[in-house]
Ligand binder design. Sequence first.
Ligand SMILES: *Cc1c(COP(=O)(O)O)cnc(C)c1O
Length: 221
Amino acid sequence: MSVSDNLLHIKSTLPEHVTLVAVSKTKPVSDIMEAYNAGQRIFGENKIQDMADKYEAMPKDIQWHMIGHVQRNKVKYMAPFVALIHGVDNFKLLEEINKQALKHDRVINCLLQIKIASEDSKFGLAPQDAIDIIQSEAFLALKNVNITGVMGMATFTDDETQIESEFKLLKSTFDDLKTINPNNSAFTTISMGMSGDYKLAIQCGSTMVRVGSSIFGLRNY
Ligand SMILES: *Cc1c(COP(=O)(O)O)cnc(C)c1O
């Protein structure tokens, strides 16, 4: 099936309240344009330089989501245009995003990445650390970032019971953060689910799925 067939098929299976991020990392502009021409406007990249290059080359009504791990010294390259940063996992990074957003007179939307997987390789905040950030005075002083939800990645495993319990942990962390968040009404996003597990993620409360290979095919690194 073509990129546009794959995209339209997946979209037809998503409930209305679930946003699709088409993960286009490693894929050429021609493939991404095929998805664009089929109506997709939200794309996810995990490398800032690739995302900036594609932003330059492509229509400006695309919303670019940074889904990868973010190094502080690279925030400046995406600050002019990024629509949502999924992987915010420490306060210093949030301060840098705020600083760069201010330079461009923007408010940048961010998700707090929560560590739900058992693997050491996965990044993320412990749920309590996310709560501490949201409740801190220092956080309240940051006027150019907007925390709109949480993001998580489940363990890479075939054990659906484990994946389900990790997704449920993210959902309950979201619920806890929502009750204490001063910016409660904008706090709406649970970014969880990829090609292999997005249906389960939606059952567990996901509102945003990040799907790559099921749309664009397998990646060659
Ligand atoms: C690559 C990636 C995805 C998409 O993975 P697929 O299995 O290809 O759908 C989703 N989220 C993150 C953070 C990724 O890095």
